[in-house]
Design a protein around this ligand. Structure first.
Ligand SMILES: Nc1ncnc2c1ncn2[C@@H]1O[C@H](COP(=O)(O)OP(=O)(O)O)[C@@H](O)[C@H]1O
Ligand SMILES: [Mg+2]
Length: 181
């Protein structure tokens, strides 16, 4: 599904990512771990087309996406979340999902799957932190991706929120329906 070969990226002479290679198969859940500043977010930014690598290659479903921008990686089926969820503050939970929605999907089923029906008319800021994070994942799933990248999905969650988020992440992966294939 995803193949990363010899990926490198520097910011003003500082090597953020140096010669990173890995492979991810369909259906796999893979974690990228490392201390703060290790370069994890930069790897996500490179794969999703926010940054261009200095060196290396990124192949997604056999296509070379090394130079693709974020609009085209999204169209090709790559979705990602951000360390701090990027939500539309004035829109309701329902409308935040609606704007990301791609065909073959309804807001109702996404609200239900993520347990967000009870707050569908609230603005994101009125939600407990854990639910704001879940909404970030729900928005990513609304785009009907083939691959989902979660940046620090459990950071700042209490143990019960983290447990719920883990269950949802596993459920997304077993629920073929949620992915474009
Ligand atoms: N847009 C940027 N401009 C300058 N430096 C950056 C930028 N993004 C990341 N860095 C630097 O790259 C290194 C890796 O950062 P990052 O990928 O955010 O690490 P992580 O997500 O593992 O905490 C850090 O030293 C960080 O300061
Ligand atoms: Mg990071």
């Amino acid at each position: 599904m995803l193949e990363v070969k010899g990926l490198s990226k520097s910011f003003g002479g500082l090597a953020a990512v140096a010669n990173v290679s890995f492979h991810i198969g369909k259906g796999e859940i893979v974690g990228l771990i490392g201390p703060n500043g290790a370069g994890k977010t930069t790897v996500f930014n490179l794969i999703s087309g926010i940054h261009r690598p200095l060196k290396g290659k990124i192949l997604f479903q056999g296509n070379d996406i090394t130079s693709a921008n974020s609009a085209s990686t999204s169209r090709m089926g790559i979705a990602r979340t951000f360390q701090s969820p990027l939500l539309f503050g004035e829109l309701s939970v329902r409308d935040n999902i609606q704007v990301a929605l791609r065909d073959g999907r309804t807001v109702e089923e996404i609200l239900r799957f993520f347990g967000l029906e009870w707050v569908e008319n609230e603005v994101p800021n009125n939600l407990p932190h854990g639910y704001q994070r879940l909404l970030g994942i729900a928005i990513a799933i609304a785009t009907k991706p083939s691959m989902l990248m979660l940046d620090e999905p459990l950071t700042g969650m209490n143990p019960s929120e983290a447990e719920k988020a883990c269950q949802i992440i596993k459920a997304i992966n077993t629920e073929d329906y949620y992915f474009a294939g």
